[in-house]
Design a protein around this ligand. Structure first.
Ligand SMILES: C[S@@+](CC[C@H](N)C(=O)[O-])C[C@H]1O[C@@H](n2cnc3c(N)ncnc32)[C@H](O)[C@@H]1O
Length: 310
């Protein structure tokens, strides 16, 4: 994936993110539709397990894009408030949702604006979800600080991101071929040379998108630490990968060929139980834990895989 450092002054970054997502909105909406293969095969099974939604629950979605996950949740009887920074994406999300006759409350909201987050109301949601967007935000502290007050005790915050270790601007997919004593072996892997220092780079979420977008890369300690410091506790974590390598029909650099390397990370956090408060949440027994079990039979889609992030 092409990369170049982004160096506008920090206060201009949020505005630049909005500008780029508005510029890419029509392309993104057309390609994402109601979920591309990366979303449906990799992310959705993990999100479904970690969100554990029940009918009638209230869910806040942060950075909903064209509303594909919001529509999926609403289809399960959940009451969804879906928000995004991009006016154009919110408009497109509404259009797609109106065509279906689904009820979703779409709102324009910058997740780095503490005032806007506070106005959503204390304890207003059973769950907050942010799918593949924290790495698009220059600042995640305001969101982290707002979440404990948006949720009741036992509520959950679930997010997914491009994997901070393997799917970054620095990570390179590499292919090697060796003759192991007469046995020809091809191996695919990921080479990482930069990880610990947070960086801002430009890159592509989807091949062919009109403008590269800024990415704000954080190591795991910083990403998770931001939420832990804000009073949340880590409750579940999945690293979905494609179930088995795709046949050679997929390009060699397609994530669907890397069954041992997860391109995404999906995390669930909960507000830290208060002393003397309600008992910490316990996951119901019998819920499948391994991402692999639900992925059997899935193959990688064409087009949006390849050298892009999702
Ligand atoms: C990769 S897209 C993911 C969209 C959607 N969650 C999905 O999975 O289809 C990233 C989204 O983050 C949104 N975004 C970036 N910064 C944001 C911010 N500060 N507040 C709210 N949304 C933001 C963008 O407008 C874009 O819709």
């Amino acid at each position: 994936m092409p990369r170049s450092p982004v160096r506008p002054p920090p206060e201009a970054l949020g505005e630049e993110v909005r500008r780029v997502w508005n510029a890419n909105a029509a392309f993104w909406d057309e390609r994402m539709g109601d979920g591309n293969s990366f979303h449906r095969q990799l992310l959705l099974p993990a999100l479904e397990r970690l969100l554990s939604l029940s009918r009638g629950e209230r869910v806040l979605e942060i950075a909903c894009g064209n509303g594909q996950l919001a529509r999926w949740m609403a289809g399960r009887g959940v009451r969804v408030v879906a928000t995004d920074l991009s006016e154009r994406l919110i408009e497109l999300a509404r259009q797609r949702t109106d065509l279906r006759g689904t009820a979703i409350d779409y709102r324009l909201l910058d997740a780095s604006d503490p005032g806007a987050l506070a106005r959503l109301g204390p304890g207003a949601f059973d769950a907050v979800v942010c799918n593949m967007a924290l790495m698009d935000m220059p600042s995640i502290e305001p969101l982290a600080e707002a979440i404990p007050s948006l949720l009741p005790a036992g509520g959950r915050f679930v997010f997914s991101v491009t994997h901070p270790c393997f799917n970054t601007g620095d990570s390179r997919k590499v292919a090697s071929a060796t003759d192991e004593g007469g046995r020809f072996e091809e191996t695919l892997g990921v080479e990482v040379r930069h990880y610990l220092s947070p960086r801002t780079v430009r890159g592509l979420a989807m091949l062919g998108q009109p403008e590269p977008q800024p990415y704000f890369e954080r190591p795991l300690s910083l990403l998770l630490g931001t939420f832990l410091r804000a009073g949340l506790v880590l409750d579940a974590l999945e690293e979905p990968a494609y179930p088995s390598p795709e046949p050679a029909s997929a390009p060699w650099h397609s994530w669907s060929r890397f069954a041992e390397i997860p391109p995404a990370l999906v995390v669930r956090l909960r507000p830290r139980p208060r002393r003397g408060g309600p008992a910490p949440f316990r996951a119901p027994p019998g819920r499948p834990r391994s991402p692999r079990r639900r992925h059997a039979g899935g193959g990688g889609g064409a087009g949006v895989l390849g050298p892009t992030r999702s």
